[in-house]
Write a protein that binds this ligand. Structure first.
Ligand SMILES: [Zn+2]
Ligand SMILES: [Zn+2]
Length: 265
């Protein structure tokens, strides 16, 4: 059984969990470690996963809402870390990982405990930014794309045909327009290397639905410039335009401060 569970999501910190055949020979992966070590442990405990059962931590990019808890967690548990060569260099340089740490540069697909992890580039203003596709030996697949200014060919190809996709739905365009954010910040968020808005996310989910994806998670919702109901309604409305009714797929917006419901594949 493969289970996906967002533990924390948003600019206050991101961390998700994938477990695959945990009772058998499988493993578990964390995606990002952007909350405190204590919060990660709390999330894992709620998911009934021991830290020693983790086979790896995949890091999308080096912004603090994705690596905040990594230094302390890594020191305590020495879970192998996987990231792009650029992000790995940053993590080592900034002492997030001790010198002799089991850390692996991910530029090609890698097999981790029966899961094939394929990285793909995401357009974002960090030293480098990755999305991940995780294919299990049982033929299940999960695609993760967070923090992306736009949906590029690489993102589209990475997510295509996944059973479950978690995609950023950061802001509602008119809420951002009216917000008190300074102009330069609005421009950064809207830019091609910033964040994806509700409409952009819904458009991508509609494309994915055509390739058979039927479980969706909206992630990294802005606290100031979005509302979960608004993000969800945007997706329901867009998929309805293609004749896909709510009963045909499962959709949730990842919770900010606590583990979201598990999604079983
Ligand atoms: Zn970021
Ligand atoms: Zn982020």
């Amino acid at each position: 059984m493969t289970v996906f569970q967002p533990l924390y999501s948003g600019s206050s910190g991101n961390c998700s969990l994938v477990t695959n055949d945990l009772c058998g020979h499988g493993g578990a992966l964390l995606i990002d470690a952007g909350v405190s070590c204590r919060a990660i442990l709390e999330g894992l405990s709620q998911a009934q996963v021991q830290p020693c059962q983790l086979s790896g931590i995949l890091i999308t990019h080096e912004h603090s809402d994705h690596i905040k808890g990594l230094r302390v967690f890594a020191k305590r548990f020495r879970t192998p870390v996987y990231a792009s060569p650029e992000v790995l260099a940053y993590l080592q340089q900034e002492n997030y990982l001790p010198e002799d740490y089991p850390a692996f540069a991910l530029s090609e697909p890698a097999e981790i405990s029966g899961m094939l992890v394929s990285p793909f580039d995401t357009p974002h203003d960090s030293v480098h930014s990755l999305g991940f596709r995780i294919d299990t030996a049982q033929g299940k697949s999960i695609g993760i794309a967070t923090d992306l200014g736009t949906v590029t060919e690489s993102v589209r190809a990475g997510l295509m045909g996944c059973d479950l996709a978690m995609v950023e739905s950061n802001y509602d365009a008119s809420m951002l327009e009216c917000s008190s954010y300074p102009y330069y910040l609005k421009r950064r968020i809207r830019g091609n290397y910033g964040h994806l808005d509700n409409l952009g996310c819904a458009e991508e989910l509609a494309e994915l639905a055509k390739t058979g994806t039927c479980q969706f998670v909206l992630c990294h919702l802005s606290e100031e410039n979005n509302l979960p109901e608004l993000a969800l309604q945007t997706v329901y409305g867009r998929l309805a335009q293609d004749g896909i009714s709510a009963g045909d797929f499962r959709l949730q917006a990842a919770c900010r401060q606590l583990p979201s419901p598990q999604m079983v594949l």
